[in-house]
Design a protein. Sequence first.
Length: 251
Amino acid sequence: MRSSVSPDVKPVLEELKAKFDRGDLSATRYAEQVRDIRSQMQMSSAGRSRNGDEKELTDISEVIRAAQDGEIRSDYILQINIFDTEKQKKLMLDLRHDDQIRAFVRNNPGIADEFTGSPSKHQISCAVIEASLNAKLVHVKTGEIAWIGEHSLNEFSSGVQSVSVELGQRHYVSNAAEVENFVRSQNRYSAREARYGRSVEVPEFTYADKLLGPDVSGGSCNQSWSTSNEVKLELARKVARELISTIAIGE
């Protein structure tokens, strides 16, 4: 049998044979374990004809055997295909979708055109870390896939990180230079003589509003990926918890 098995299974058989030769396994127990391995190989072979993924099923067959023969027997095995906690992603956050900022702009209509007209005023770019998990649940006895799931979270969608944005408004005299020039010219001696006994039309002040910001702080909105290991760990834990919580096994 050892000459016809997969190279991945040969070390398991050789270890069993060594235990038997040392007297650590009885002949009955050795035969039972060899028989179990043969059974699992047949099951994985049937699985290959279904899925065409030979390498994956060879690997999972060893895990299934361990689940059946080990001290802790399991009905299902959770097989993790992808668990990436180092994915780098650029996010564009549009401040026009934030309720508080929209309320601020609505209450200060003088800055509305500047805020909505310039992307640099209502969009901020963030360099964030994303975690992705892809897994499936395998039924030990049959090798069938009972559940498959995929989930991704980034620092902001997960709530692990937050970002603070500050906007302000400055109300100012927009024709201050015109008024100052008028005052200076009217203070000249020749101007005082020319207007003697005559009324002079004084320019009225005109006002405008200027948008201040946005000033961004917190999170990773600094154009560089500098997320701490603590944030990455919390993000990994959260994506795993959320995905695993969706596992459902039919009766």
